[in-house]
Design a protein. Structure first.
Length: 214
């Protein structure tokens, strides 16, 4: 690869990191998720309480519970060896508070809801496998953040727009991946996020999306 190519890649990665860092709401949600990475029981309980209260206070998000892996590569819930954020249960409870009534899981508003620009959900991927998620109802510039439970996770990701890779992802020092769609899309544009686990253990992760619609 020539010098010009390396410069272009560096600029894209810099712009991607800046886009996430300057997004106050996305940053806030990412911080909530990362605060759940606690090992000790007492610390974890406090982190859950703090995160739940923060989710209740923040009404800009909706659960991204429409995602279905095409590859069957998610870790089964029965696999207790996989450390998890346990975020989805908190999202459900916080959503009940937002709505003022108890709702069933399949009654969630999701990432396609035009009233919300931010969505998030916990998923997982088996060791040596790749999960694939299709997104609908997205419009304009898209930013995705993938936060693995362990900072040592060996995840990689790519975003496909109309079947073609839009841009490469940036990996932060704590294992977080950031992807910014290089082009504006409309609600009919096929959009697929592929996440590969190159490690030797199953990994829980939280996927966050800012659907800018502009």
């Amino acid at each position: 690869m020539g010098k010009l190519g390396l410069i272009i890649i560096a600029l894209i990665m810099s712009m991607t990191a800046s886009a996430q860092q300057n997004d106050k709401e996305l940053n806030s949600l990412v911080t909530m998720v990362k605060n759940l990475r606690k090992a000790g029981e007492a610390e974890q309980k406090q982190a859950f309480n703090n995160t739940f209260q923060s989710l209740v206070a923040d009404t800009a998000w909706t659960p991204m519970n429409e995602l279905r892996d095409k590859n069957g590569a998610e870790c089964p819930h029965s696999d207790k060896s996989v450390a998890r954020f346990r975020l989805n249960r908190m999202l459900s409870k916080a959503e009940q508070v937002h709505q003022g009534v108890a709702v069933a899981t399949n009654g969630f508003m999701n990432g396609q809801d035009p009233r919300f620009n931010y969505s998030l959900y916990e998923k997982s991927v088996m060791a040596g496998k790749k999960v694939s998620y299709s997104f609908n109802g997205r419009e304009g510039r898209q930013v995705f953040v993938i936060v693995p439970y362990k900072t040592s996770a060996k995840l990689s990701a790519k975003l496909l727009v109309n079947g073609k890779e839009s841009t490469s992802s940036q990996r932060l020092s704590d294992g977080t991946l950031i992807i910014e769609c290089a082009e504006k899309i409309n609600t009919k544009t096929p959009l697929t996020l592929e996440i590969s686990n190159e490690g030797n253990e199953g990994m829980a992760m939280v996927i966050l999306n800012h659907n800018t619609r502009k």
